[in-house]
Structures are given as C-alpha cells and as structure tokens.
Design a protein around this ligand. Structure first.
Ligand code: ADP
Ligand code: ZN
Length: 813
C-alpha cells in the first residue's frame, strides 16, 4: 500500500509517493496527517490519496501518523488541489489555510556552535550570529530570524558551517496545540450505596470533609471538575483519592473544548427570544428556490441581490435552519466578525449551542478546539470571515457569503485567493447550495448572474414599508464660492440640526481611502512623509500615550514622530495640517451643537478587544446622537433610529489609478446611504462632493444599482477589464530599488517571449512599473500586469525569481 503526500514545505508544490508501514496500514487514509522523510529533512504532510503503484521505485516509508482522524475531508482535499491550480499557489500553502494554526509546523534547521570560543570580526552579521548562539545555545532558524530583521544571516551561517564552526540539523517542531483535559470526579456507585458508607469515611479530622465531598458528588448528574469540588466542599485531592480507593467515586480526565463563545451565547440566549415573523412574499419565493435547489443532486449557486434592509439575513437564517433539519451543516461567511456583531448575534440566538465562531481574536487553543468540534459534526453552523470557509465540517449543505462584494473576501497576502469564488467551487464539490448575498454585488458577480453561471434572486424592496432614503447631492465647489470654507455644507448642517432637535440619530461617514489629515508647509509646499514608506504621515491628537502632543503616524508601517514646529525643508513656521480625519469631524460637530453626544468609530477607537461591539451597542441603545465613522459603516448594520446619513466627502478614492476605483466608491456610498431610514421614521442622505457629475456619484445618489452596472460594464468592455478579460498581477519587492526593477524587467522579458512563442495575440503585458504604493516599510515594489483570456496559464510552469503572483487581483494599486 502506498500513499501520495503533499508535503508541508512552503515552496514545494508537487506530490510525493511514500510506502505505508504495516502498523499504520489500517489507519492511514486520504486526508491523514503524517510525518515523512523529505530529502535530508523530516516534514509534515497530508495524504491526498491511497495508490496501488507509486511513481518511483522503492519509495520511502511514512514515519508516523499525527492524528488518528483525517485532518482534511475529501471535498477539502479536492478544493485544495483546485485552488492551488487556479490561484497558482503551492498546494502546501492552501492546505495550511485549512489546518488550525499551531497544528501545522514546518521543518526547520537547528544551528549549534561547535567551536564556542571562535572569534571572527570580519562582518557585523558574523559577530552578532556568533554572540547570539554563544549566549542562547542552539537555536532554530525561525528563532534566529526574530533577531535579524531583513538581514540575510543564512548565507553567513552557511559559510560558518563550511568552516566547521557551526553544525546544522533538520528538525520538525512538535505541534504547538493539543487537546485540553481537566481532572474530574464522578460517583461510581448508587446514591444509596454511597449514603450507606457516609459514617465510616475517616477519622475525626477528615470525616467532615470527605462527607461533604461525597454528598456533593451524589447530587451531581455528571462528572465534575475537581477544582469545583474543592471550592464547593473544602476537601482536597487526598480526600478524593481515599473515596476512590473505597470504590465510591471515579477520578479521571475529561476532554474539554476551549470555547470563546460560552459567555456571549448564554447572554444572547437570555436577551433575545427567537422572534418569529412571517416572511414577505419576496423572501418566501427566494427561500423556496434555495430550499428546492438543495434537494437536487447538483444544487445551484445563487446571487441574492437585495437592497439594504430587504431581509437577506433572515433568508440565510431560514436556509440554515432547513439545512440543519436535514442533518447537514452550514458555513456563513461575513466580511469581518468584529464589524458584524448584529448578524452574529442573530445566528447565536437562532441556533443556541450549535454555532462556532471563527475570528482573529481566538487563541490558538480555541481555534484548534473549534476546528475539532467542526470536524466531529458537533457544530452545525460556522460563522466567520473568509478563513471560516475552511472549517472541516463533515457534511456541508449550505454556504452563505454575506456582503459578497466585500473586498475582505480577497486575501491580499500570499497565498492570494478569493473566498467568495472559492465558496462556489467548494459548494459544488460538497453538493451544497451556495448563496452569495449583497445589495451591491461586484460587476463580475452580477455578470455571472446575468449569464447563468449564478442563479439570480432579487429582493427589490425593503421589508419595512420604508423606501430607500432620498439622497441630496451637494456640490462643495459652490459652497466654497459662497464663502463656506467649513467641513459641512449649509444643507448638511441644517439637516443635522433638525435630526438632533427631533431626538433622532445621524451617521457622518468619512471615506478615508487614500486621504487623511496630512501635514504640509504652506511656504514651500513640503509634505511630511514616512521615511520607510514614502506615504504622507497623518496627524493624530490624543490617541497615543503622549496624549495631547500632536503625533504623526504612518498607517502603513506604524512609524510615529512628533509634529515638527518648523518645516524640515525651509524652516518656515507655517507648517499646517490639510485634509480631514474623523477626529476633526467629531470636533466640528461638538463645536456646532454644544451638548450633542458623539461617538467615533474608526481605526483609532477600535484597537481594544470588543471595542466595535461596545461602540455599536452604545449607539444602537441611543446613548449617542451622532456616530462619526469610516469604511466600517458600510458593512450591513441595522440601526433603525438613524434618519440622517451625511457623507462628508464622497469622491475620495475616485481619482486613484485603479480600474476598480469607481466600483468601490459606488459600493461604499450605496451601502452607507442604505443605513438611513430603516424605520417608519423615514430618513435621508446628504452627499457632499467636489465631483457631482461623476457617474459613480450620480448612480449612488439614485440608488441605481442597475444603471451603474450597465455603465461600468460598458467601461470595462471598452478598456478590456474583467469580466471581459482576466488579470494577473506580479509584484517584485526588494530593499534595493534597482534590484526590484531589474527582477521585474527580467520576468517581463521572459513573459513577453512566451506570449510571442505561444502566439497569444490577446494576451497583453503591462509594465513593469513601480507600484502605486511604490515603497512600503523600506521595501520598493515593482509590478507587472498580465491581461488576457487566461493569463494564469502562461505562468503555470514558468520559473520566475521570487515574486508575488496574484491571480484575479481586486485592485491594481
Ligand atoms: P438585510 O440583510 O437585507 O440588510 P435584514 O435581514 O437585516 O436585511 O432585515 C432588516 C430588518 O428587518 C431586520 O431588523 C430584520 O429582523 C427585519 N426583518 C427581516 N425579515 C422580516 C419580515 N419578514 N418581517 C418583519 N421584519 C423582518
Ligand atoms: Zn511608514
């Protein structure tokens, strides 16, 4: 018997065949997590299939099996291979997305000093490395990495190995996470039998304690944590051991699941009873189609296109209910758990005790336990951001992608992939229904729905009688002409005053993409930039420990400095801020309406755990009148008391050199506008702009999703962008700008040659050029864009020097 194995070595993408030792023959199957020899190393790997005849003669033996149960299901394995191929990522990189952090470990090299008193002052790297190993003893490569940021110490180490000063050994660290056990006690005889022994349990000193321990355990229906028994009865371990020796109780270990939800879900159950309402006829018809599809052999993928507040979430809930009834499980993807506490609460309340939450704040242990409970089928619903797609549920019946247009579904770091696309593939592999839901689907999703790849379901109306709120567009150039230099137009100021005086709530939205409060010199025009990233620094007052000292911050790398008193360029004194931050907006509101209660929801106010939830709960409970916020406001919140949405500046982002810029602005504006007027109180939107004639602004102002789609599709067609062509972006990074440029040039030459030899007339290479963010954190970036019917196929077996390959990028910045 032989097994084909995907080895967990980050750069290796192939599969390798191994022989299965007899003692493991019955246990190893597809999806098994094994240890195998690989070259000189010992590495982890996943069995992808059992095979009869290996591709090589005398394959090596599998060393060990790490987990008796498979760690990947069959559909997960199939998805991993499919994604690795379509996204050009190494298979191991995709598989590691599916394993909980801490379980998967990569082989490493252990470095040890052989000649401890060896001195070599030829380079600082050598000196530092030798000192480190002398002080700390043998270290693994990844441990040494943390002492040398951005320095290639490995070359130095290699030359020391050659000279015999260092020795190396390949090692495989053990998994960091384990199952957790607690010691418990349980009665092992009938209560009557225990009572009968009650008076003969010990001497004067011990009797009372042992009696109370036994009485306590008589009353417990289940095994109970020892620390509880101690706390409740005052007994100690010796007492319990004595009771065990007398055959009255049993002491053993129980596996427990670390559950971050335990507290929240109990709270939610107490707060909200399940309020059942009748579905509207539109909802009913959409739900029926989804349910019907789930009965057939090859269910559909749906695009549920419903305006904000049309009751999409209710449809997800009922579809999940149906799925569970039929013994299957559901995955619900949301853009970001912290930003969507309302949706999460609705699921917790509807399916108490059956929901697993996957989010970035889970500890490794909690993540591991949620993963294992998902694998065992104990959890019926998994909710989380994009990575929740990879929870190993055994029998998936439904996958929902809420707010499917959201850019957070695209992983912007290697391995690049898009969870909204992957969800459709995965559903197909599982025989499950997939539902993508949004008020503003992407042009590509919409195109797929118009052309039959996705089945379209529409909810054109809000559930409540309220219509979508009217949008008043204010041309800020006119405001300037009439001498109003403030942040707020007269229209917005008046609307705010009315809303506040009526005791209703307002949201002020600040589109921050690409701008913030930056600092410049009014004499010479010098702009203060980050020395590492070349991005303008932004001003913050009162956010850092130095509280009231104005601090400048780089949002890319976190670099901070104090605001200078004079211009570093011309020494002029006129150094001022320009632009607009949410702090500034909040200040203005407070100055204009003394006594108004404001809340700010942005990057700075939400660094603490649970901050999002606190801000939202505060606002939903009407403990504030005005909420000032950024992009976070566009993620599907349901705030019935909001009657005014003010978009302080709509055009930010429209002028960025990116073919997807208009679409993103349109989506954000439409989503934010949709926060207003969700109750019978009605509502309106005031949208301030310097570009009132731009089509993204115009269509957003009219809630005209269809109009925008037609117009944008036309633009994409003319310029040859998706869905009419596919894109691949290659990025070259280096601390040396010349190296980044020459690497990208070499790759471009290779690719051009290939395009020519394969006679791909429709495939085009754009670049190489410096990326829009051309220097981040001291590293220079160059990029190449490939555009054509299938540009990824050009790269499938091409070796390019170290570059990041992003198939179907969602931004070219
Ligand atoms: P969406 O997800 O489309 O923005 P939601 O599902 O959040 O819409 O619904 C908006 C509001 O309407 C929620 O408060 C929800 O509880 C309520 N709702 C949904 N469906 C119905 C219905 N059929 N009858 C009454 N209220 C409903
Ligand atoms: Zn920086």
């Amino acid at each position: 018997m032989f097994a084909r194995v995907a080895v967990n070595v980050s750069v290796i993408s192939g599969l390798f065949d191994y022989a299965i030792p007899n003692e493991l023959a019955l246990q190893i199957q597809a999806g098994s997590f094994v240890i195998v020899p690989f070259g000189k190393q010992t590495v982890q790997g996943i069995v992808t299939a059992l095979i009869d005849s290996p591709a090589v003669e005398n394959p090596k033996l599998i060393i060990d099996l790490l987990d008796p149960a498979p760690v990947l299901t069959q559909p997960q394995l199939a998805l991993a291979m499919l994604l690795a191929d379509s996204t050009l990522n190494p298979l191991a990189a995709i598989i590691s997305l599916m394993l909980p952090v801490g379980l998967s470990q990569q082989a490493d090299v252990n470095y040890e000093l052989r000649i401890t008193n060896y001195e070599d002052k030829t380079s600082t790297v050598t000196t530092r490395l030798l000192t480190l190993l002398r002080e700390r003893g043998p270290l693994r490569g990844r441990q040494i990495d943390s002492h040398f940021s951005r320095v290639d110490w490995r070359k130095t180490a290699q030359s020391l190995v050659k000279k015999g000063i260092l020795t190396t050994k390949h090692v495989l660290p053990p998994p960091r996470v384990r199952s957790k056990f607690v010691r418990v006690a349980q009665l092992s005889v009938t209560p009557e039998a225990a009572e009968a022994e009650m008076d003969s349990l010990g001497t004067k000193q011990t009797l009372a304690r042992r009696q109370s321990a036994l009485r306590f355990l008589i009353q417990q229906p289940e095994a109970i944590n020892l620390s509880w028994v101690y706390a409740e009865t005052g007994c100690n371990l010796a007492d319990l051991q004595e009771l065990e020796e007398r055959g009255l109780i049993r002491l053993f270990e129980n596996e427990i699941f670390r559950d971050s939800l335990e507290r929240t879900s109990k709270q939610v159950e107490q707060e909200t009873g399940t309020q059942a309402f009748e579905l509207t006829s539109e909802q009913t018809s959409a739900l029926e189609k989804i349910t019907h599809s789930s009965f057939i052999l090859q269910p559909s993928s749906f695009l549920l296109h419903g305006v904000t507040g049309s009751g999409k979430t209710e449809i997800y809930l009922r579809a999940a209910e149906e799925t569970i009834k039929r013994g299957k499980q559901a995955i619900i993807l949301v853009p970001e758990i912290a930003l969507t506490p309302q949706a999460v609460r609705r699921f917790l309340a509807r399916f108490p005790g059956q929901v697993g939450l996957i989010h970035s704040k889970l500890s490794e242990g909690e993540r591991y336990d949620t993963w294992r409970r998902a694998r065992s089928g104990k959890l019926k619903v998994i909710i989380g951001a994009r990575s929740a797609l990879f929870a190993p549920l055994p029998n998936i019946g439904l996958i929902v992608v809420d707010e499917c247009h959201d850019s957070s579904y695209h992983q912007g770091e290697p391995p690049f992939y898009n969870a909204a696309t992957a969800a459709q593939e995965y559903a197909r592999l599982c025989g499950a229904v997939c539902v993508l839901g949004s008020a503003t689907p992407t042009v590509e999703q919409r195109f797929a729905a118009e052309n039959g790849t996705l089945t379209k379901l529409t909810l054109p109306n809000r559930v409540t009688d309220s219509a979508l709120p009217p949008v008043q567009v204010v041309d800020m150039r006119e405001e300037l002409k009439t001498g109003n230099r403030g942040i707020f137009s007269r229209a917005l100021a008046e609307s705010l005053a009315e809303t506040i005086s009526r005791g209703e709530q307002a949201i002020l939205f600040l589109n921050r993409r690409g701008t913030a409060t930056y600092i410049f010199c009014r004499d010479c025009g010098f702009v203060l930039k980050c020395p590492n990233c070349d991005t303008p620094l932004t001003l913050h007052v009162g956010t850092f420990e130095r509280s009231n000292v104005p601090t400048l911050l780089c949002h890319h790398c976190g670099y901070t400095r104090q605001k200078p008193k004079t211009c570093p360029n011309c020494s002029g004194k006129q150094i001022r801020e320009y632009g607009l931050g949410s702090e500034k907006v909040e200040e203005e509101v407070q100055a204009m309406f003394p006594g108004v209660r404001t809340l700010r929801w942005d990057w700075d106010t939400t660094r603490h755990k649970d901050a999002h939830e606190m801000i939202l709960t505060h606002f939903a409970n009407h403990q504030a009148d005005v909420l000032v916020g950024t992009q976070m406001l566009s993620k599907g919140l349901d705030l019935p008391l909001v009657t005014l949405v003010g978009i302080v500046l709509a055009d930010v982002g429209l002028n960025l050199p990116d073919p997807f810029a208009s679409e993103k602005v349109f989506q954000t504006l439409t989503q934010v506008a949709g926060r207003a007027g969700r109750s019978s109180l009605g509502g309106k939107v005031v949208l301030q702009t310097f570009m009132p004639e731009h089509y993204a602004i115009q269509f957003a102002a009219g809630h005209d999703v269809n109009g925008f789609y037609e117009r944008e599709l036309d633009y994409r067609k003319q310029l040859g962008y998706p869905p009419f062509a596919k894109l691949v972006r290659l990025e070259f990074r280096d601390a040396d700008p010349l190296k980044a440029e020459s690497d990208s040039q070499k790759a471009a030459d290779k690719l051009k040659l290939r395009i020519e030899t394969e006679n791909r007339r429709q495939t085009e290479l754009i670049g190489p050029v410096p990326a829009f963010f051309s220097k981040v954190d001291g590293i220079h970036r160059w990029q190449i864009i490939l555009r054509g019917p299938d540009p990824a196929s050009l790269l499938r077996d091409l070796k390019l020097s170290d570059c990041r390959v992003e198939v179907d990028p969602i931004s070219l910045l």
